[in-house]
Design a binder for this molecule. Structure first.
Ligand SMILES: Nc1ncnc2c1ncn2[C@@H]1O[C@H](COP(=O)(O)OP(=O)(O)OP(=O)(O)O)[C@@H](O)[C@H]1O
Ligand SMILES: [Mg+2]
Length: 187
């Protein structure tokens, strides 16, 4: 059973990596399809966090959705799920087990603003632009996880921009990391 579980995890990782590579090719070819429909963002976020909890049960993830966020916002549900999953997986991978993660959904004018904040090691300012590049990983020891190829954030950027939004990071070494992205409320 133990070996089967290892194979199961390895094939999941491979599938994930192949999907990432296909998305990367689509984004680079300008052929990423974002098909918007009214989406209950909170519901998608709760589902992603439920799945993530199975992988990292000791992690506390809080979800806070402001009262003025519409019940449904224009998004491609699968693409939105991918963005959240990438950011939550990063928090799981790049911060010590047990440190909390906070997800906030706010209204910012004509946009919805989504923020994923952790209390991990943070990212030095000189890397802030580059982490959204393909295959870029911050050099140096990574105590919690050595896996990853540096595609997650580049794909997030492609998916967010495909929605007409933008994504950025606020972070300082030792002070945690907060990723923010916007989604326009118009179709
Ligand atoms: N929450 C975070 N805290 C600290 N560093 C982070 C965080 N998220 C991302 N990083 C840094 O940014 C780099 C790029 O992230 P990205 O998601 O693109 O790649 P990855 O997580 O290394 O690999 P992949 O997502 O392809 O599995 C990471 O390698 C890591 O150094
Ligand atoms: Mg990642």
């Amino acid at each position: 059973m133990e070996l089967l579980e290892i194979i199961d995890r390895a094939t999941d990782n491979l599938t994930h990596m192949i999907k990432d590579l296909i998305d990367l090719s689509r984004i680079q070819a300008g052929r990423l399809q974002v098909i918007k429909e009214p989406v209950d963002l909170g519901r998608v976020i709760r589902r992603v966090c439920g799945d993530a909890t199975v992988l990292a049960p000791e992690r506390r993830v809080s979800i806070d959705i402001a009262g003025d966020v519409p019940d449904r916002a224009p998004a491609d549900p699968e693409r939105f799920r991918q963005i959240i999953a990438n950011l939550v997986n990063n928090a799981n991978k790049h911060t010590p087990p047990g440190t909390p993660v906070a997800i906030q959904v706010l209204r910012a004018g004509d946009d919805v603003l989504v923020q994923v904040a952790d209390q991990g090691p943070g990212i030095a300012p000189e890397h802030h632009d580059k982490i959204f590049d393909y295959f870029y990983r911050v050099p140096g020891p990574d105590d919690w996880n050595h896996r990853g190829v540096g595609l997650g954030l580049a794909i997030c950027r492609g998916l967010v921009e495909g929605h007409g939004g933008r994504i950025w990071v606020d972070s300082r070494p030792g002070a945690g990391t907060r990723f923010s992205f916007t989604l326009p409320l118009s179709f």
